[in-house]
Write a protein that binds this ligand. Structure first.
Ligand code: DC
Length: 236
């Protein structure tokens, strides 16, 4: 980017497997921005519940949440996720954590805490003149409704299930396509129907169907939107 370009907030939302994380991470790399994977933060809270034996997050006492300290640390190739100081970046990718993250994300207290943390992390970057790319479900609608660029990624369920299965295989998780597909469907339904901050496209977000796109094409599409925004915005 030219040195005069402003530091933008780029919000990338969408359902699981739509390509958000990979796209967001690469866009951040290309622009020299911070990448914040907000789903990883919900996953870390879910892991905290799971490790404490609360398989039903709603059954945990309200004070338990206060004992969970979730950290997001920029690292080579993305971000590392910490739970009470421990690096849990791999543990949070287990299928049991995926399902529980979506259930924990229904709880208003969990959302309130994480949304506040996400805003703080992003604002600290902006104060230093650096932009931020955030990916999640509610970035364009709740966390940063004033984001400079908003993208809502979608893809066919079968395409998303195949992608997720491949990602799992790379981590040694051999699950059937049918199982992965059912889990995605279940999670989408819960994420879309919850009362607080449901998964929803912001009215002013650009819809991008990634079913037939390569990662490079997705990245270029978001970079184009960022460049257009930079041309139309006075330097901050
Ligand atoms: O993006 P992901 O699959 O890692 O997210 C895990 C879960 O966390 C997802 O099913 C819903 C929840 N989540 C959320 O409610 N809001 C966000 N901004 C990000 C994730």
């Amino acid at each position: 980017m030219p040195p005069s370009s402003s530091a933008l907030i780029i919000a990338i939302d969408g359902p699981a497997g739509s390509g958000k994380s990979t796209t967001a991470r690469r866009v951040a790399e290309r622009l020299g921005y911070l990448y914040l994977d907000t789903g990883a933060m919900y996953r870390a809270v879910a892991l905290g519940f799971l490790e404490a034996g609360y398989e039903d997050p709603e059954a945990a006492p309200a004070a338990f949440l206060e004992t969970l300290d979730v950290g997001a640390v920029p690292a080579e190739g993305g971000m590392r996720t910490l739970l009470n100081g421990r690096d849990v970046s791999e543990a949070i990718r287990e299928p049991a954590v995926s399902a529980l993250a979506s259930r924990a994300a229904v709880l208003p207290a969990v959302r309130q805490r994480l949304v506040e943390a996400q805003r703080q992390i992003a604002r600290r970057q902006l104060e230093q003149g650096r932009g931020v790319v955030l990916d999640g479900r509610d970035i364009g609608t709740v966390v940063f409704p004033e984001a400079d660029v908003k993208v809502f990624l979608v893809a066919d369920l079968d395409v998303r299930a195949r992608r997720r299965r491949q990602e799992g295989l790379a981590r040694g998780q051999d699950r059937s396509l049918a199982e992965v597909r059912a889990e995605l469907q279940d999670r989408d339904a819960r994420d879309q129907s919850r009362a607080v901050a449901p998964l929803r496209k912001a009215d002013d977000a650009v819809l991008l169907d990634t079913s037939g796109l390569s990662i490079d094409e997705q990245v270029e599409a978001v970079l184009r939107l960022a460049a257009e925004r930079n041309l139309s915005t006075p330097v901050k």
